[in-house]
Design a protein around this ligand. Structure first.
Ligand code: PSU
Ligand code: MN
Length: 306
């Protein structure tokens, strides 16, 4: 065994102050910025989401690796530079440490953001959609590392559900197998990202941030480790109904198959193809739902701290 090496980690000034003063912090991922949306919409989204978290009485910590440093919270200039970067790595559990040991720049997925958040003592994290079991996973074996991470790392992940580019029932099945609670806010159906309903029932339902915090406290009292997934339906005025999305999704999946897209390139390819197919409308919905998730995540962080 070699000696343990110190982790090069930098806290933003805002996050350092929040930690010192016991102000609740909400983690944010960065893959959504570098691989999920085009510039400048990605930067506008990232800034507005941070602002929403502040307006709810919490502090945002956008997480990324910049030149081998693990950043817990980005200064405004760092956030802007990341949003303009075109060659950042997409980092999950497998390669987060690699980017740090090799001095690289990379954006964190849900899995990698959870690892960094937990290490920094942050309990709540807002994103858009999680990775999951892809359609035809029985052939491709493509199941996101996000699911395994949810089972082991104690962070509450607030999402707008799972994109219909995934196989939603298989994704819910794997989460159940791994003992990950899936809670939908305010409705019985699990949401499908751009659409409020996936057509599949959510395993659990709660109607407020306070009840979600109470549930998490009870899990801790029982000594149950691991994360929790919250499904927060996109606001009605911003949704694209599931029937309409299905056509675009099928087309994007066909295009990915013809181009032989595989591995970690699959999700970014589908997201950008759907952006073109919907003539940018998917992006407007995507931004609205991340903002909605940031607001709920901040409320949960405040309720957990109360
Ligand atoms: N789903 C989305 N938007 C995203 C992602 C997923 O709707 O930006 C990103 C997230 O960072 C997620 C990652 O953790 O893709 C999952 O990638 P993979 O399927 O390769 O694990
Ligand atoms: Mn994958």
């Amino acid at each position: 065994m070699t000696d343990a090496h110190a982790l090069p980690v930098s806290y933003s000034s805002e996050v350092a102050a929040a930690k010192a003063n016991g102000v609740p912090v909400v983690a944010l991922e960065s893959t959504i910025i570098t691989h999920g949306m085009p510039y400048p919409g990605n930067l506008e989204m990232a800034q507005s989401v941070e602002e929403i978290i502040r307006s709810e009485g919490a502090v945002p910590a956008t997480i990324a690796v910049i030149n081998g440093n693990l950043h817990i919270g980005l200064e405004p200039s760092e956030l802007e530079a990341l949003a303009r970067t075109s060659d950042a790595m997409k980092l999950s559990r497998a390669d987060l440490a690699f980017a740090i040991s090799e001095g690289r720049t990379g954006a964190t997925t849900v899995a990698a953001t959870m690892i960094a958040a937990a290490r920094a003592g942050i309990h709540v994290f807002a994103t858009g959609g999680i990775g999951g079991v892809h359609r035809k996973a029985e052939e491709s074996f493509d199941i996101s590392a996000d699911l395994e991470e949810l089972s082991r790392t104690p962070v509450i992940v607030v999402s707008a559900g799972a994109k219909a580019i995934l196989d939603v029932p298989k994704t819910l099945e794997v989460l159940e197998t791994k003992g990950v609670p899936v809670v939908t806010l305010g409705q019985d159906d699990f949401p499908a990202f751009w659409s409020r309903s996936s057509g599949f029932k959510s395993p659990l339902r709660l109607d407020s941030a306070e009840r979600i915090a109470a549930f998490q406290h009870m899990r801790e009292s029982l000594g149950i480790a691991g994360g929790m997934l919250i499904g927060n339906p996109v606001p009605e005025k911003d949704e694209i109904p599931a029937g309409e999305m299905e056509n675009y999704i099928r087309q994007a999946l066909t295009n990915a198959g013809e181009k032989g897209i595989a591995g970690k390139a699959v999700t970014p390819f589908l997201l950008s193809d759907i952006y073109y197919l919907t003539e940018g409308r998917s992006l407007t919905t995507n931004i609205a739902l991340v903002e909605n998730n940031a607001r709920l995540a901040a409320k949960i962080a405040v309720a957990l701290a109360a």
